[in-house]
Design a protein around this ligand. Structure first.
Ligand code: AMP
Ligand code: ZN
Length: 460
């Protein structure tokens, strides 16, 4: 398998340190709100990576953490007048629901930052002992000057790094670029006892401690969104490498491109977000997943209504093909994934090539007439869909709930179609045409097929 490595900026063969235990760590969400579809893009990309790795290696340990202590959580809890645990429990549950509903695998390990305070404190102590960190004013800071390789991942020079990190110049810092490993908590804030007084961890050290606890001091793959390259991942490298005697932290770094809305990164702070929770109420999960995987993972992807609609239409066509093959029985759940699909995934998770191959398989399936050929094509289509976890529904179920409108409207449209079918049967073609024209005026296009009438929305 070949994967792009941010460390080298090259697509490289992925060779695990120990093929008997492949380790993948992905930075998970900070749980103070519902996740948006931008977050979901990153999690969907790494879900695809985990699924693919699990077919290549017998034992893949995939960890995706939950950040359940953070100043944004503290602020949300304060605003609501509740303990942070009330906020994090609620949005952790919502996150897990969203992931499940979106059809993503549960990771093998889901570590919570607050369950690793002991490991975090121990790591801070180790970094102080080795001279890479210092305590000052209830804080523990990482001394960037003590790690000459700092900046290796993001390839930034020190001035750029200062600007990028929006550093607070604070009296307790030796160097403005030094970053916080531990900070003091007053009585109004959550905190834990530590050698430096009551306090709480900084964000970066949490991931270093959780990765080491569950995956080991050196891991194979580390992933996250492109926006985490600096400072978060740069800081994870500094902490982990220095706490572990110079051992390489992650051998292979993967970063997924940002999901944009009108050219701007979708983010909670800009407020230009669509929540996964809301989207799932309106669109089939497979359509969202298809849309998220329609671009290559390293490129930015523009989220739009048109993208969702295009994805639904494409899936309509593919499910239509499966419906036309309903008479041939194949075991879809065990259909092997075609070699052309595996090869595209091995080529740095080339999902656009996977989707093109799926379209091609469907086209040959539509042309097939020989029963054995039809069965083989159907199995290939189902197997191909399995690689991306799409086309896994019964076509009838897809067409029943795959309509991208509210149920009432869909029922109304279906009722008019049924009336038209009845009119045609009664040879009342004027009435049948009138109903078709009425629906066309409302932007609904009908297609008469051997299996009945299909409808879709006209593209403007
Ligand atoms: P956060 O909760 O903000 O730390 O984000 C959780 C994950 O979502 C991280 O891996 C981020 O890199 C990723 N992420 C945040 N915004 C976007 C976006 N607009 N597009 C893709 N990934 C994102
Ligand atoms: Zn992280």
């Amino acid at each position: 398998m070949r994967l792009h490595n941010t460390l080298t900026r090259r697509v490289e063969d992925f060779v695990p340190a120990d093929p008997a235990r492949v380790t993948l760590y992905v930075c998970g969400p900070t749980v103070y709100n519902y996740i948006h579809i931008g977050n979901a893009r990153t999690f969907t990309v790494f879900d695809l990576l985990a699924r693919t790795l699990k077919r290549r290696f017998p034992n893949v340990v995939y960890a995706r953490n939950i950040t359940d202590i953070d100043d944004k959580i503290n602020a949300a809890a304060r605003e609501l007048g509740v303990p942070i645990g009330a906020v994090t429990a609620r949005f952790d549950a919502a996150f897990q629901d969203d992931m499940r509903a979106l059809g993503l695998l549960a990771p093998d390990v889901v570590p919570y930052a607050t369950a690793h305070i002991g490991a975090i404190i121990a790591m801070c102590e180790r970094l102080i002992a080795s001279g890479h960190a210092y305590a000052a004013d209830g804080h523990v800071l990482f001394a960037v000057a003590r790690f000459p390789e700092y900046g290796q991942l993001s390839r930034r020079d020190p001035d750029e790094m200062l600007a990028g990190a929006r550093i607070d110049v604070a009296p307790y810092k030796r160097d403005p670029g030094d970053f916080v490993l531990w900070k003091p908590s007053d009585d109004s804030l959550p905190g834990w006892d530590s050698p430096w007084g009551r306090g709480r961890p900084g964000w970066h050290i949490e991931c270093s401690a959780m990765a080491a606890t569950h995956l080991g001091e050196s891991i194979d793959l580390h992933g996250g969104g492109m926006d985490l390259q600096f400072p978060h991942h740069e800081n994870e490298i500094a902490q982990s490498q220095c706490a572990h005697g110079g051992k390489v932290f992650a051998r292979h770094w993967l970063h997924s491109g940002m999901l944009n809305l009108d050219g701007a990164k979708m983010s909670k702070s800009l407020g230009n977000t669509f929540r996964v929770h809301d989207l799932l109420a309106h669109y089939p999960a497979e359509a969202l997943r298809y849309a998220l995987l329609s671009g290559h993972y390293r490129q930015p992807l523009d989220w739009s209504q048109a993208l969702i609609e295009q994805s639904i239409r494409t899936l309509d066509r593919l499910y239509g093909t499966l419906r036309d093959l309903a008479d041939v029985t194949v075991d879809g759940g065990n259909a092997p994934i075609p070699a052309v699909i595996e090869a595209a995934l091995d080529d740095d998770l080339d999902t656009p090539a996977v989707l093109a191959a799926i379209a091609e398989i469907a086209a040959t399936a539509r042309k097939a007439v020989d029963p054995a050929e039809r069965a083989a094509r159907k199995a290939a289509l189902l197997g191909a869909g399995r690689a991306l976890n799409v086309l896994q529904m019964d076509p009838a179920a897809w067409f029943a709930r795959g309509i991208r409108t509210d149920d009432d409207e869909a029922a109304r449209i279906q009722a008019r179609i049924d009336e038209r079918t009845a009119a045609k049967k009664a040879r009342d073609f004027r009435r049948a045409d009138a109903i078709r024209d009425e629906l066309a005026a409302a932007g609904i296009v009908l297609e008469d097929t051997a299996q009945g009438v299909r409808w879709s929305r006209r593209r403007d």
